[in-house]
Design a binder for this molecule. Structure first.
Ligand code: SAH
Length: 218
């Protein structure tokens, strides 16, 4: 490896570790989640013009009016899922694919749905570059879930519906957990745990996501 490339690798490792400390200070407790955030290169999920900001704890634009979520919220939602050790995880809103890559390092199988085709295609390329093989992507309106692949023992929604879609609750396995931002102007992070036919719902903290929209863009 040339000196120059080595130098870049080391700098980005150092900046990644700085982000990890920042997330720890912000209250992320799971050592496994922090480890994965320290490993997955976030800069490759952004356009080159923005990649120098990849390790700031902030959301960043990815085109089509969408955003790559803030690392803190990616870590928080992942930590909430991990507490239940799900094996089959459904993600709605692939976006850049960064959250998908983080999930893929912690859970055996990830199914991720995105409604905007060009974003999905870019995400697919990046996941391939990282040699991630336990992810299935689908171009569709994820509001309906992914019925043929369910039930899922973990569901994570990364765009905000006005309330949790009933279709998603139907696809949640017994004992499974769903994490979603819910609301319009004011959103809150919601956790739903299924126990047989009843659903335990907890509201966790205020959040700020792009809306979950209907239909697809080709
Ligand atoms: N986890 C992503 C977040 C991207 S923003 C990341 O960190 O990059 C939310 C994404 O949800 C957008 O890409 C948006 O197009 C997508 N989305 C919104 N409504 C959707 C729907 N009904 N089905 C699938 N994807 C949806």
């Amino acid at each position: 490896m040339s000196k120059v490339i080595e130098g870049i690798g080391m700098t980005s490792r150092r900046t990644r570790m700085r982000l990890v400390s920042r997330l720890q200070e912000a209250g992320i407790e799971s050592a496994r989640v922090l480890e994965v955030i320290g490993q997955v290169p976030r800069h490759i999920f952004l356009d080159e013009a923005l990649s120098h900001r990849a390790y700031e704890d902030t959301s960043l634009p990815i085109g089509h009016g969408q955003t790559l979520s803030q690392p803190y919220i990616v870590a928080r939602m992942t930590e909430l899922l991990l507490a239940h050790e799900p094996e089959h995880v459904l993600e709605l809103g692939t976006g850049s694919g960064y959250q998908t890559a983080v999930l893929s390092r912690l859970f055996p199988k990830i199914y991720s749905v995105e409604r905007i085709r060009p974003l999905q295609e870019r995400a697919r390329e990046r996941l391939r570059k990282l040699d991630i093989r336990n992810v299935m992507l689908k171009h569709a309106d994820g509001g309906m879930g992914w019925p043929d692949r369910g039930p899922f023992d973990g569901i994570i929604v990364t765009a905000a519906p006005s309330d949790v879609p009933g279709e998603l609750l139907d696809q949640l396995a017994d004992g499974g957990v769903l994490i979603a931002p819910v609301g319009e102007e004011k959103q809150v992070l919601v956790e739903v745990i299924r126990r047989g036919d009843s659903f335990e719902r907890r509201e966790l903290e205020p959040v700020n996501f792009v809306p979950l929209l209907a239909g697809v863009i080709r």
